[in-house]
Design a protein around this ligand. Structure first.
Ligand SMILES: *Cc1c(COP(=O)(O)O)cnc(C)c1O
Length: 457
């Protein structure tokens, strides 16, 4: 018997063959050569299905070329029902924020230039006025993400000193962010007080003493879980006077930056940034791309002295925010001046507060469109969620299109969209693949229908 691998053409022979000419017109020679190598290697590993003629070799190399040319970071449609899905990029941005990014990206800007005096300026002036106006904070600093804001605050006030924190707040936020690890990396000596379920003002008082050797009192919002039953925690309102008497700052890691109360939409229990500032923490830190609905950023709100000290910390340089982020954040914050406009134009808020009847209607339209192309589905009521470590126990009433048939097969086909197609990420429940419309922006319904039909019809 002859070894079928003997029959494989060499990479150079293939590359110079007429069949490859159209590919060489489309892509650089070195890339096509790599794709030819991929195709030959593939054929060597699976000789029974190796191409036998020039046309099938071209198809194989074409496919390998597509693989290599495909962007790593691609858009997807989020039909999971989790609005702020960290794995899917958290908050989609408002139109105004996208325009601001395009402006800042396309040309030069006054990022660190003082237009009034014609002199060097600071990137840390941008967004500050808006943050003061919207939250009542004396001063503000924007850095790279919520974790950086917390590290910077801890390092500024508690490097080599005690940082007192409740045992019930030594939490893991997800994606390898653990409060105790972050605290020790910032140079703070972790001093745990209380127990997992109960911590009292007296516990803090005892650890604080007269404040000697203590850098900060730290309060961490339990953003991604809730504890119930025999529990007690001390609110910042009560910690602030105690810490002030010992001249120790209170650092409050709020997690999600909610700028508008959403109680009227059934979303209650998450602290609003303005209220957190009023409660009296020295510094309040939060993310820009959770409930705020803006770009990835870390926002520190605090007293003038505290924020000035953070700004002067050399670590700020390493955690510095980029200009595209500042542009998007400023445009997003500006929308909050008119709350009705913020709810309408900031996609995360619009999706979280859309009436369930409207979501159900959109699901019905999608289901009917799929039926028209022979794809069987039903509309079902679901529970969506905010995600992004916010409102962890709140189920948001929603609706989904439940696809008939093999859930795992559908899931794989929708996820593996070919070139030029957008992957759709749903969730499987009770053996069915659900496409939850709560986390799909209303203006993406056509794209969702097209993507599902392309994958399944
Ligand atoms: C999300 C979160 C963080 C981390 O913020 P990133 O912007 O993801 O870096 C820190 N603390 C809390 C309480 C959070 O919920």
């Amino acid at each position: 018997m002859t070894d079928p691998r003997r029959a494989l053409p060499s990479v150079n022979t293939l590359l110079d063959s007429a069949a490859m000419r159209p590919l060489l017109e489309r892509a650089p020679r070195a890339l096509v050569a790599d794709a030819v190598r991929d195709a030959v290697e593939h054929a060597r590993r699976d000789p029974d299905r190796a191409p036998r003629d020039p046309a099938s070799w071209r198809a194989a190399v074409d496919q390998a070329l597509d693989q290599r040319e495909r962007r790593s970071l691609r858009p997807v449609l989020n039909a999971t029902g989790v609005v702020l899905h960290t794995n899917l990029g958290r908050a989609p941005l408002a139109r105004a924020a996208l325009d601001a990014i395009a402006m800042a990206a396309a040309g030069y800007s006054n990022l660190e230039y003082d237009l009034e005096h014609g002199a060097r300026g600071s990137r840390y002036v941008h967004c500050v006025g808006l943050l003061q106006e919207l939250t009542g904070a004396e001063d503000a600093l924007v850095v790279n993400n919520g974790a950086s804001a917390m590290v910077l605050a801890l390092n500024t006030f508690a490097d080599g000193a005690d940082a007192i924190v409740s045992r019930g707040e030594l939490v893991e936020i997800g994606g390898s962010f653990r409060v105790p690890d972050i605290m020790s990396k910032s140079g703070a000596r972790l001093v745990e007080v209380g127990t997992t379920n109960r911590t009292h003002l007296e516990d803090y008082r005892r650890a604080l003493g007269d404040g000697t050797g203590v850098g900060a009192l730290v309060k961490v919002h339990r953003s991604n879980f809730a504890i119930e039953g025999f529990v007690a925690e001390v609110p910042v309102r009560a910690l602030a006077p105690l810490a002030a008497a010992a001249r120790v700052p209170v650092l409050h890691d709020l997690g999600s930056g909610l700028f508008l109360p959403l109680d009227a939409y059934g979303l209650a229990g998450e602290p609003v940034a303005r209220d957190a500032v009023r409660d009296g923490a020295t510094v309040v830190t939060m993310s820009g791309d959770k409930l705020l609905g803006g770009p990835q950023a870390g926002i520190a709100l605090g007293t003038r002295d505290a924020v000035e000290r953070m700004r002067k910390n050399p670590l700020t340089r390493a955690l510095r925010v980029d200009k595209l982020t500042l542009a998007a954040l400023e445009a997003t914050l500006a929308l909050y001046r008119d709350p009705a406009r913020a709810l309408e134009e900031i996609p995360a808020l619009a999706m979280l507060t859309a009436p369930v009847a409207r979501v159900r209607e959109r699901a019905a339209v999608l289901s009917a469109r799929l039926a028209g192309a022979g794809v069987v589905s039903t509309v079902v009521d679901t529970d969506a969620s905010a995600g992004g470590g916010a409102f962890p126990t709140t189920r948001i009433p929603s609706a989904a299109v439940a696809l008939g048939g093999d859930a795992d097969g559908h899931e794989a086909r929708l996820r593996a969209a070919g070139p030029g197609r957008v992957p759709v990420i749903g969730r499987i429940a009770d053996g069915r693949l659900l496409l939850d419309l709560r986390s799909v922006p209303a203006d993406a319904d056509d794209a969702l229908a097209a993507a599902v039909l392309a994958a399944l019809a």
